[in-house]
Design a binder for this molecule. Structure first.
Ligand SMILES: NC(=O)c1ccc[n+]([C@@H]2O[C@H](COP(=O)([O-])OP(=O)(O)OC[C@H]3O[C@@H](n4cnc5c(N)ncnc54)[C@H](O)[C@@H]3O)[C@@H](O)[C@H]2O)c1
Length: 436
């Protein structure tokens, strides 16, 4: 089939490449000419494992092309996927639908009559119905996306479920054709009305955020009561009604999705006269964990970070990504810099993005360089290579062997045995206390 994918960021570039991989002819459309030129040349302007190979292969074969021209897109295909951003509105919790609205308006103007325009962006419930009413010349469907950055290719080619929000059998039949090989492989399909399809995505993100903030709230209680949240999480995770996933206490979630999606969901619920105030508490718990890391950093530096050399390991909001949107690591790094610390950041992939967004922070070319002469080390993004750092070797590089593990994955006993003063969130006992 011929498809267009409108908006070629993290979601759209992946969707376009994976649709080509599934055998379709795909035209990616974006308003950013630099992004289009890079993708057309087979280069991916962000880090996503496995994606550069797919983009290079399918642009070289001609099965995947990119353009800024909506007229070309309208003429190219009768099925259009809309993957543009829905960031948080300035000055509000709500979602900014400007990009979705303008993408639908532009494709509706150029598409063939009765073309199917399929929204994939995460939107407040009610958006699909509004767009269908506004653009009656095309048919609208909603097919929310659940991919995880870092696993985006795998999640698109082998999703754990597909959700089709449709108003007609025709729309469902077309979407079944698009995803034929995925469905043949046994992927569960849920077909729903528009509001339910939109809500599946926001409900899933709200649930995940709530689970993370739940364990982080337990971390707060452990800090106050002298417990250990790592042991607590292990013990409750054995209950298969609870499960062990998303139960690691730490500096919390960030990125371009969870924070803005739970805010937009609470905001939309207010408009509908339903209270989802608990999501505001989920958000507040999450933000408090960043405060806690700043507080631990101060404590580790004897009450003030003024003049302290602090190495921050991590800048991306999660490993295997260069996405720094609402990154807890950079939030903490920037606050310590404002408090007078000399902060040096290292991240395996997100250095360019971090430098652009936070030019006043220091940057190192390697973890070892960041550690050099540090008075304190903060481990804030869970890259596997940080877990492999040898505490003995690291100790020989720093000025003072003090570390805060903001992700709860480092081996406290190993670091302590190597002479480090080790602190983690959700544990009161400062392991290695007394060492300097
Ligand atoms: N990133 C993820 O992991 C993920 C996962 C699931 C769902 N989503 C949702 O997908 C949507 C996109 O997220 P993203 O992370 O890919 O955002 P992004 O900012 O990386 O990409 C958005 C792209 O849309 C382009 N764009 C903006 N207006 C346009 C227009 N009128 N026409 C064509 N292109 C236009 C931008 O130039 C940009 O390239 C959001 O609603 C997000 O919540 C994202």
């Amino acid at each position: 089939m011929r498809l267009t994918v409108i908006g070629t960021g993290y979601l759209g570039a992946t969707h376009a490449a994976c649709m080509a991989e599934l055998g379709h002819e795909v035209l990616g459309v974006d308003v950013d000419p630099d992004k289009v030129a890079a993708l057309q040349a087979g280069r991916v302007p962000f880090h996503e494992p496995g994606l550069p190979e797919l983009i290079a292969e399918h642009t070289a074969s001609g099965r995947l092309r990119f353009t800024t021209d909506y007229a070309e897109a309208g003429a190219f295909a009768d099925v259009h996927f809309v993957c543009v951003g829905t960031p948080q509105l300035g000055g509000s919790e709500g979602a900014d639908l400007t990009y979705v609205d303008s993408a639908f308006a532009a494709i509706a103007e150029h598409a063939a009559p009765d073309a199917l325009v399929v929204g994939k962006s995460t939107v407040p419930v009610g958006t699909a119905g509004r767009l269908a009413d506004t653009h009656a010349c095309v048919e609208v469907a909603w097919n929310p996306e659940f991919l995880r950055e870092g696993f985006a290719v795998e999640d698109t080619l082998r999703p754990d479920r597909l959700v089709f929000g449709v108003r007609s059998e025709r729309a469902e039949t077309i979407l079944r054709k698009v995803y034929a090989s995925v469905l043949t492989a046994g992927t569960p399909l849920v077909t729903a009305d528009f509001p339910t399809a939109e809500l599946v995505k926001t409900a899933a993100n709200a649930f995940l955020a709530t689970k993370i903030s739940f364990i982080n709230a337990m971390a707060e209680v452990c800090e106050a009561a002298g417990g250990d949240v790592g042991v607590l999480a292990e013990a409750i995770g054995y209950d298969d009604r609870i499960g062990p996933k998303f139960l690691r206490a730490g500096v919390g979630f960030g990125g371009g999705c969870l924070p803005k999606d739970i805010r937009a969901f609470a905001h939309r619920a207010d408009e509908l006269g339903v209270s989802l105030d608990f999501l505001r508490e989920v958000d507040a718990i999450n933000m408090r964990r960043r405060d806690k890391v700043v507080e631990l950093a101060r404590e580790q530096c004897g009450g003030s970070v003024l003049g302290a050399r602090i190495a921050v390991l991590g800048a991306a909001f999660k490993p295997d990504s260069d996405d720094i949107r609402d990154s807890p690591a950079l939030n903490v790094a920037a606050r310590l810099r404002l408090d007078g610390a000399d902060v040096t950041v290292y991240d395996p992939e997100a250095m360019d993005n971090a430098r652009k967004a936070f030019p006043l922070l220091g940057y190192a070319l390697s973890a070892e360089e960041a550690l050099g002469g540090a008075d304190l080390v903060l481990h804030l993004t869970e890259w596997p290579q940080f877990r492999e750092i040898d505490p003995e070797r690291a100790r020989s590089l720093v000025s003072r062997p003090r570390i805060v593990d903001g992700r709860g994955v480092l081996d406290a006993d190993r670091w302590t045995a190597a002479g480090w003063r080790f602190r983690a969130l959700g544990r009161t006992a400062p392991v290695g206390e007394g060492l300097r």
